[in-house]
Design a protein around this ligand. Structure first.
Ligand code: MN
Length: 229
Protein backbone atom coordinates (compact mmCIF):
# COMPACT_ATOMS: atom_id res chain seq x y z
CA UNK A 1 0.00 0.00 0.00
CA UNK A 2 1.44 3.34 -1.04
CA UNK A 3 1.85 5.95 1.67
CA UNK A 4 1.75 8.98 -0.59
CA UNK A 5 -0.46 10.13 -3.44
CA UNK A 6 0.73 11.27 -6.85
CA UNK A 7 -1.73 14.16 -6.79
CA UNK A 8 -3.33 15.94 -3.83
CA UNK A 9 -6.24 13.83 -2.55
CA UNK A 10 -9.62 15.43 -3.33
CA UNK A 11 -11.43 17.14 -0.45
CA UNK A 12 -13.72 14.91 1.61
CA UNK A 13 -17.36 15.76 0.71
CA UNK A 14 -19.36 16.49 3.84
CA UNK A 15 -22.71 17.53 5.31
CA UNK A 16 -22.76 19.68 8.47
CA UNK A 17 -24.41 18.41 11.65
CA UNK A 18 -26.99 20.91 12.90
CA UNK A 19 -26.00 23.01 15.89
CA UNK A 20 -22.38 21.80 15.91
CA UNK A 21 -19.08 22.59 14.21
CA UNK A 22 -18.87 18.95 13.13
CA UNK A 23 -19.68 17.36 9.79
CA UNK A 24 -20.70 13.98 8.42
CA UNK A 25 -18.24 12.64 5.80
CA UNK A 26 -20.03 11.49 2.66
CA UNK A 27 -18.87 8.25 1.05
CA UNK A 28 -21.62 7.55 -1.50
CA UNK A 29 -25.06 8.90 -2.33
CA UNK A 30 -27.76 6.35 -3.10
CA UNK A 31 -31.17 7.46 -4.32
CA UNK A 32 -34.46 5.57 -4.32
CA UNK A 33 -36.56 5.77 -7.49
CA UNK A 34 -40.35 5.80 -7.10
CA UNK A 35 -41.20 5.68 -3.40
CA UNK A 36 -44.38 7.81 -3.23
CA UNK A 37 -47.53 6.65 -5.06
CA UNK A 38 -48.71 10.12 -6.18
CA UNK A 39 -45.27 10.84 -7.73
CA UNK A 40 -45.30 7.47 -9.55
CA UNK A 41 -48.70 8.46 -10.96
CA UNK A 42 -47.64 11.99 -11.98
CA UNK A 43 -44.79 10.54 -14.09
CA UNK A 44 -47.02 7.78 -15.50
CA UNK A 45 -44.95 4.91 -14.10
CA UNK A 46 -45.99 1.39 -13.13
CA UNK A 47 -47.34 1.42 -9.57
CA UNK A 48 -46.69 -2.30 -9.07
CA UNK A 49 -42.94 -2.20 -9.72
CA UNK A 50 -40.76 -2.15 -6.61
CA UNK A 51 -38.54 0.91 -6.04
CA UNK A 52 -34.94 0.69 -7.25
CA UNK A 53 -31.67 2.49 -6.59
CA UNK A 54 -29.44 4.83 -8.55
CA UNK A 55 -26.41 6.82 -7.40
CA UNK A 56 -24.98 10.31 -7.36
CA UNK A 57 -21.34 11.00 -6.61
CA UNK A 58 -20.38 12.13 -3.11
CA UNK A 59 -18.90 15.42 -4.34
CA UNK A 60 -22.23 16.43 -5.89
CA UNK A 61 -23.48 17.43 -2.44
CA UNK A 62 -24.27 21.15 -2.25
CA UNK A 63 -24.51 23.00 1.06
CA UNK A 64 -27.42 24.85 2.60
CA UNK A 65 -27.40 28.37 1.14
CA UNK A 66 -25.67 27.31 -2.09
CA UNK A 67 -26.11 29.26 -5.30
CA UNK A 68 -26.23 26.46 -7.86
CA UNK A 69 -25.47 27.15 -11.52
CA UNK A 70 -28.24 25.95 -13.86
CA UNK A 71 -26.67 22.71 -15.18
CA UNK A 72 -25.65 22.19 -18.80
CA UNK A 73 -27.46 20.14 -21.50
CA UNK A 74 -30.96 20.42 -19.98
CA UNK A 75 -34.00 22.61 -20.56
CA UNK A 76 -36.06 20.93 -17.82
CA UNK A 77 -34.33 20.66 -14.44
CA UNK A 78 -36.74 19.50 -11.72
CA UNK A 79 -36.70 19.63 -7.91
CA UNK A 80 -37.41 16.47 -5.87
CA UNK A 81 -37.46 17.05 -2.10
CA UNK A 82 -36.48 13.94 -0.13
CA UNK A 83 -35.76 12.58 3.34
CA UNK A 84 -31.99 12.05 3.64
CA UNK A 85 -30.71 9.11 5.73
CA UNK A 86 -27.02 9.10 6.76
CA UNK A 87 -25.41 5.81 7.81
CA UNK A 88 -22.77 5.39 10.54
CA UNK A 89 -22.26 1.68 9.89
CA UNK A 90 -23.63 -1.03 7.65
CA UNK A 91 -23.07 -4.42 6.14
CA UNK A 92 -24.62 -6.80 3.64
CA UNK A 93 -28.05 -8.43 3.83
CA UNK A 94 -29.12 -6.34 6.81
CA UNK A 95 -32.31 -7.51 8.49
CA UNK A 96 -35.01 -4.80 8.40
CA UNK A 97 -35.49 -5.18 12.16
CA UNK A 98 -31.84 -4.09 12.74
CA UNK A 99 -31.51 -1.62 9.87
CA UNK A 100 -32.17 1.55 11.88
CA UNK A 101 -29.25 0.67 14.19
CA UNK A 102 -26.99 1.76 11.30
CA UNK A 103 -28.48 5.27 10.95
CA UNK A 104 -26.41 8.21 12.18
CA UNK A 105 -29.04 10.81 11.43
CA UNK A 106 -31.52 12.45 9.11
CA UNK A 107 -31.82 15.56 6.97
CA UNK A 108 -33.63 17.07 4.02
CA UNK A 109 -32.18 17.06 0.52
CA UNK A 110 -33.16 17.68 -3.08
CA UNK A 111 -32.53 15.18 -5.86
CA UNK A 112 -32.06 17.70 -8.68
CA UNK A 113 -32.95 16.03 -11.96
CA UNK A 114 -32.42 16.89 -15.62
CA UNK A 115 -35.86 15.44 -16.41
CA UNK A 116 -35.62 15.78 -20.19
CA UNK A 117 -32.34 13.85 -20.24
CA UNK A 118 -33.61 11.25 -17.75
CA UNK A 119 -36.70 10.60 -19.90
CA UNK A 120 -34.62 10.41 -23.10
CA UNK A 121 -32.30 7.87 -21.41
CA UNK A 122 -35.26 5.83 -20.25
CA UNK A 123 -36.68 5.67 -23.80
CA UNK A 124 -33.32 4.51 -25.17
CA UNK A 125 -32.86 2.03 -22.28
CA UNK A 126 -29.67 3.86 -21.30
CA UNK A 127 -28.48 4.57 -17.72
CA UNK A 128 -29.90 7.55 -15.83
CA UNK A 129 -26.52 9.16 -15.05
CA UNK A 130 -26.91 12.06 -17.44
CA UNK A 131 -30.25 12.97 -15.90
CA UNK A 132 -29.36 12.50 -12.25
CA UNK A 133 -25.63 12.93 -11.84
CA UNK A 134 -24.20 16.44 -12.25
CA UNK A 135 -22.27 19.06 -10.30
CA UNK A 136 -24.11 20.26 -7.18
CA UNK A 137 -27.03 17.98 -8.08
CA UNK A 138 -27.59 16.91 -4.46
CA UNK A 139 -28.15 19.90 -2.15
CA UNK A 140 -28.49 18.68 1.47
CA UNK A 141 -29.38 20.51 4.67
CA UNK A 142 -27.67 19.94 8.02
CA UNK A 143 -28.18 16.52 9.59
CA UNK A 144 -29.86 15.84 12.92
CA UNK A 145 -28.51 12.81 14.83
CA UNK A 146 -30.92 9.96 15.50
CA UNK A 147 -29.55 10.09 19.06
CA UNK A 148 -31.41 13.44 19.37
CA UNK A 149 -34.53 13.03 17.23
CA UNK A 150 -35.05 9.27 17.04
CA UNK A 151 -36.15 7.68 13.76
CA UNK A 152 -38.96 9.80 12.29
CA UNK A 153 -41.55 7.89 10.27
CA UNK A 154 -44.24 10.58 10.07
CA UNK A 155 -43.46 14.23 9.30
CA UNK A 156 -44.56 16.85 6.79
CA UNK A 157 -42.15 17.17 3.84
CA UNK A 158 -42.48 20.29 1.71
CA UNK A 159 -40.78 22.42 -0.93
CA UNK A 160 -41.48 26.00 -2.01
CA UNK A 161 -40.15 27.85 -5.05
CA UNK A 162 -40.12 31.64 -4.72
CA UNK A 163 -42.48 31.30 -1.75
CA UNK A 164 -45.03 29.14 -3.60
CA UNK A 165 -45.72 25.61 -2.32
CA UNK A 166 -44.84 23.00 -4.96
CA UNK A 167 -44.45 19.75 -3.00
CA UNK A 168 -46.37 19.06 0.21
CA UNK A 169 -46.46 15.50 1.52
CA UNK A 170 -45.60 13.36 4.50
CA UNK A 171 -42.74 10.87 4.88
CA UNK A 172 -45.38 8.45 6.19
CA UNK A 173 -46.45 8.17 2.51
CA UNK A 174 -43.21 6.39 1.56
CA UNK A 175 -44.04 3.02 0.01
CA UNK A 176 -40.86 1.53 1.51
CA UNK A 177 -39.85 2.92 4.90
CA UNK A 178 -36.31 3.77 5.98
CA UNK A 179 -35.58 0.34 7.49
CA UNK A 180 -36.87 -1.48 4.40
CA UNK A 181 -34.82 0.77 2.09
CA UNK A 182 -31.58 0.12 4.00
CA UNK A 183 -32.30 -3.62 4.09
CA UNK A 184 -33.09 -3.73 0.36
CA UNK A 185 -30.05 -1.66 -0.65
CA UNK A 186 -27.80 -3.90 1.47
CA UNK A 187 -28.86 -6.86 -0.69
CA UNK A 188 -27.43 -5.03 -3.72
CA UNK A 189 -24.20 -3.66 -2.18
CA UNK A 190 -22.55 -3.66 1.23
CA UNK A 191 -23.66 -0.35 2.72
CA UNK A 192 -21.42 1.41 5.20
CA UNK A 193 -20.41 4.44 7.23
CA UNK A 194 -20.66 7.62 5.20
CA UNK A 195 -23.33 6.33 2.85
CA UNK A 196 -26.23 8.73 2.32
CA UNK A 197 -29.61 7.61 1.02
CA UNK A 198 -32.13 9.95 -0.62
CA UNK A 199 -35.41 8.14 -0.09
CA UNK A 200 -37.67 9.32 -2.92
CA UNK A 201 -39.94 12.28 -3.49
CA UNK A 202 -43.63 13.08 -2.99
CA UNK A 203 -45.78 14.48 -5.82
CA UNK A 204 -45.42 18.00 -7.19
CA UNK A 205 -42.07 17.85 -8.97
CA UNK A 206 -41.66 20.68 -11.47
CA UNK A 207 -39.09 22.72 -13.36
CA UNK A 208 -36.68 25.23 -11.83
CA UNK A 209 -35.41 28.30 -13.67
CA UNK A 210 -32.43 30.61 -13.28
CA UNK A 211 -33.10 33.02 -10.42
CA UNK A 212 -35.44 30.69 -8.52
CA UNK A 213 -35.15 30.50 -4.72
CA UNK A 214 -35.91 27.07 -3.25
CA UNK A 215 -36.88 26.50 0.38
CA UNK A 216 -37.74 23.06 1.68
CA UNK A 217 -37.90 21.10 4.88
CA UNK A 218 -39.12 18.17 6.89
CA UNK A 219 -40.86 19.19 10.09
CA UNK A 220 -38.83 18.22 13.15
CA UNK A 221 -35.77 17.36 11.04
CA UNK A 222 -34.54 20.47 9.27
CA UNK A 223 -34.69 22.91 6.41
CA UNK A 224 -32.66 23.63 3.27
CA UNK A 225 -32.45 26.76 1.14
CA UNK A 226 -30.66 27.25 -2.18
CA UNK A 227 -31.03 29.24 -5.35
CA UNK A 228 -30.36 28.72 -9.05
CA UNK A 229 -28.22 31.14 -11.03
MN1 MN B 1 -35.57 11.35 -6.45
Amino acid sequence: MSTSFVIAPPAQPQIPVAGTTQAFPVRRIWCVGRNYLEHIRELGNDERQPPFFFAKHADMVAADGAVIPYPPLTKDMHHEVELVVALKSGGADIDPSRALDHVYGYGVGVDLTRRDLQMASRKKEQPWEIGKSFDQGAPCGALRPAAEIGHPDKARIWLKVNGEMRQDGDIAQMIWNTAEIIAKLSQQVSVGAGDVIMTGTPAGVAALAKGDAVACGIDGIGTLNFSIK
